[in-house]
Write a protein that binds this ligand. Structure first.
Ligand SMILES: [Zn+2]
Ligand SMILES: [Zn+2]
Length: 274
């Protein structure tokens, strides 16, 4: 028996089952995030050129930030892969790998990571890399547009089964179509958002606050809790296995609130203050 190198729980390996699972999830998101980072670098590149014109060779400071991060991550993941290969007696992959390749390699070799002494450092580095990318691609400019409504299959009764993955758009670029990362269909961010509002009035609080923010009707978490405390807004049910039910069945079932009610409340308070 040893300690998990991340959380210190007892484990036979260097990462406990939970931490290994978490690392696996982080690694499976990493290629996508790296591609978003690439897009950010390219976009800021264009922006920089447009703003400063031909006369200046100075890249914009943000651009350097994202670009530098991309470069650092390439080196960092390369080192992780090399160290891991050396410690496990595996063949070191060629140097010309892209950062996405390196991330993919780490994901496939999760098992090897959990069996290696450096598992704790790998965990920490991947976690901080993820945070750094999220900061660089400016998550605040990401707008949640609701779950993808593309019909991908039908069940035994012939009812539609939708793709359902959360879609995000760039707030400054709403006219641009977005592609669903899962089913690959293209859609209009604004239409998608409208659809979400029309269809899903009952939402868990995190989604509800996210969508109000998307609508430009931001409500802070504290203010929302004040509403709950005051009884101005009450849970209308719980999400259990993707369905809304009246009573909480399992502890992790999220409570749902009415979006239109929350919007009305906000509107009334704002009107009252005005
Ligand atoms: Zn652990
Ligand atoms: Zn989809």
């Amino acid at each position: 028996m040893a300690d998990c190198r991340h959380c210190r729980r007892d484990t036979d390996l260097f990462l406990c089952t939970l931490c290994a699972k978490e690392l696996g999830a982080l690694l499976s998101d990493l290629p996508w995030l790296l591609r978003q980072l690439d897009i950010t670098v390219t976009r800021q590149d264009k922006l920089g050129t447009a703003q400063v014109g031909k006369s200046s060779d100075n890249p914009s400071p943000i651009n350097v930030g994202a670009m530098e991060l991309a470069r650092n991550l390439h080196g960092q993941l390369g080192t992780l892969v090399r160290d891991l290969c050396e410690s496990r007696g595996m063949q070191v992959p060629a140097r010309k790998w892209t950062t996405v390749n390196l991330a993919g390699w780490l994901e496939i070799n999760l098992q090897a990571i959990t069996c290696s002494e450096g598992a704790g450092e790998v965990y920490d580095e991947i976690r901080s890399a993820t945070d750094a990318i999220l900061a660089a691609i400016n998550r605040t400019s990401r707008m949640w547009c609701g779950p993808c409504t593309t019909v991908v299959a039908h069940d035994q009764t012939g009812a539609d089964i939708e793709c359902g993955i959360d879609l995000y758009a760039d707030r400054e670029n709403l006219a641009e179509q977005i592609q669903c990362p899962k089913c690959r269909m293209f859609c209009e961010p604004r239409l998608q958002l409208l659809n979400t509002i029309k269809r899903g009035d009952l939402l868990p609080e995190a989604k509800l606050l996210e969508i109000m923010d998307s609508l430009g009707e931001k409500v802070s978490r504290n203010r929302f809790y004040d509403w709950i405390k005051a009884g101005s807004i009450r849970p209308r049910g719980y999400v259990h296995h993707g369905r809304i039910v009246a009573e909480r069945i399992r502890r992790e079932d999220l409570r749902v609130f009415s979006l239109s009610q929350a919007r009305q409340l906000r509107w009334r308070e704002t009107e009252g203050a005005a």
